[in-house]
Ligand binder design. Structure first.
Ligand code: FAD
Length: 391
């Protein structure tokens, strides 16, 4: 190996929630790991401030984060439990309700700021001598050879690793440089996010109303506010973002059908373009993609990072097994185990969310009747509820 290359067993590109979780999952296994991230994680913020980027983490994600010894720190920094979920259709009138008490659980999951999850994981990595954190640093190019992945960073540093992991989000440069194509489409929708005060107690319930224009979610925060995710057509999003607060409030209140009483103060608003995207391959010899680099999903059921954590856990498990059997951790045989474990589940979830999005975006009366009947039926099928709510 040429001397100018710094050598590692595993090189992770992207230290967001999924890349940082995967790196934590590789600790203590005897590997030398490097993590490259363009942006320093945010380390402090004014007390009581809640960021606009939050995720609904399900119990499976919580268990993964507990095993990574990051959950206690997340809870300390702030996690808002949701104990019930209420979903209803604006047109057909159908509804569905999940209650953690009926599942014998204390909650269904937690709403957590993305920066909180990332920081808790980074603090674990910073305390681990086997990890070299290269930040700020960005990927320039990669070359996959039979023995190693060779990586050039933008600042001229060069790294060789037995395995390169792309956790660099939905616009993954690792994926494009590896020549892996994606399938999918733009939704012509934006998700508007904001934190809003509501008159009535949110009852630690995640509320979601399906409107023909797109779904609107109110996610409960511990300070009594709700974090909203309002998916609308791009032109409508521009209009909503440009509105004075008083007018935005009126439209929001109508959209949520005044379910939580009068809407009060609204913080800053931001919007994110939505797309459905799936990598045609998750792995190549010496390369694996995880998280949004492998799949991007409509946020209507808040599944994106939950799927990403499952990817991280599955890839780490495949590597551990390979390590135990003295197999090559970057070999295709090892990596295909990971792909087999995750691709099918991810396809199902992507297809389900895409189907939901399309079904509920349609105001045609017959469709509205079918979907409302469907929602109400699922609500009556008690044994199905736990399965739907648990994942
Ligand atoms: C409005 C909205 C609401 C959502 N709500 C939920 C929810 O409730 N629940 C849920 O599970 N999911 C939710 N999601 C999805 C979730 O945010 C994503 O699935 C998740 O952020 C993906 O994490 P990731 O680490 O794979 O990618 P990212 O979060 O995109 O992280 C990628 C990281 O890689 C770094 N990076 C990028 N390029 C490079 C490079 N060239 N070199 C080095 N570093 C690089 C970036 O700086 C970043 O830190 C939501 C998404 C949206 C848009």
């Amino acid at each position: 190996m040429a001397e100018q290359y710094q050598q590692f067993d595993i090189l992770v590109i992207g230290g967001g929630m999924v890349g940082a979780a995967f790196t934590c999952a590789c600790l203590g296994k005897g590997w030398r790991i490097a993590l490259v991230e363009t942006r320093e994680p945010q380390r402090s913020w004014p007390p009581g401030e809640v960021d606009l980027r939050v995720s609904a983490l399900n119990r499976a994600s919580q268990r993964i984060l507990e095993r990574l010894r990051a959950w206690d720190r997340i809870a300390q920094l702030g996690a808002s439990p949701y104990r019930e979920m209420h979903v209803w259709d604006a047109v057909g009138g159908g509804s569905i309700h999940f209650d953690s008490a009926e599942l014998g659980e204390s909650d269904l999951g937690h709403i957590v700021e993305n920066r909180v999850v990332q920081l808790a994981l980074w603090e674990r990595l910073e305390a681990s001598p086997e990890v070299t954190l290269l930040c700020p640093a960005g990927l320039d190019d990669i070359e996959l050879t039979a023995d190693v992945a060779l990586v050039d960073l933008k600042d001229g540093r060069r790294i060789a690793a037995h395995l390169l992991v792309g956790a660099d989000g939905r616009d993954s440069r690792v994926r494009s440089r590896a020549g892996i194509a994606t399938r999918g489409w733009l939704y012509d929708q934006q998700a508007i996010v904001a934190n809003v005060r509501v008159q009535e107690w949110h009852r630690e319930t995640a509320w979601q109303r399906f409107l023909p224009t797109g779904p609107l979610a109110f996610l409960p925060l511990v300070d009594g506010r709700c974090s909203i995710v309002w998916s609308v057509a791009e032109s409508k999003a521009e209009e909503l973002l440009a509105l004075e607060e008083v007018d935005f409030r009126a439209q929001l209140q109508e959209a949520i059908d005044s379910r939580l009483g009068t809407i009060g103060e609204i913080g800053p608003r931001a919007a994110f373009g939505l797309r459905m995207q799936h990598a045609e391959q998750y792995v190549k010899h010496r390369l694996a993609l995880i998280g949004d680099a492998a799949h991007a999903i409509h946020p209507l059921a808040g599944q994106g990072v939950n799927l990403g954590f499952l990817d991280a856990a599955a890839l780490a498990a495949a590597l551990v097994e390979a390590g135990d059997r003295s197999r090559d951790i970057g070999g295709l045989w090892t990596l295909r185990r990971y792909e087999r474990a995750r691709r099918g589940d991810n396809v199902l979830m992507l297809a389900a969310m895409d189907g939901f999005k399309r079904l509920f975006s349609n105001a045609l009366a017959p469709l509205a009747a079918v979907r409302s009947a469907g929602l109400s039926t699922v609500d009556r099928l008690a044994p199905i509820n736990p399965a739907l709510a648990a994942e």
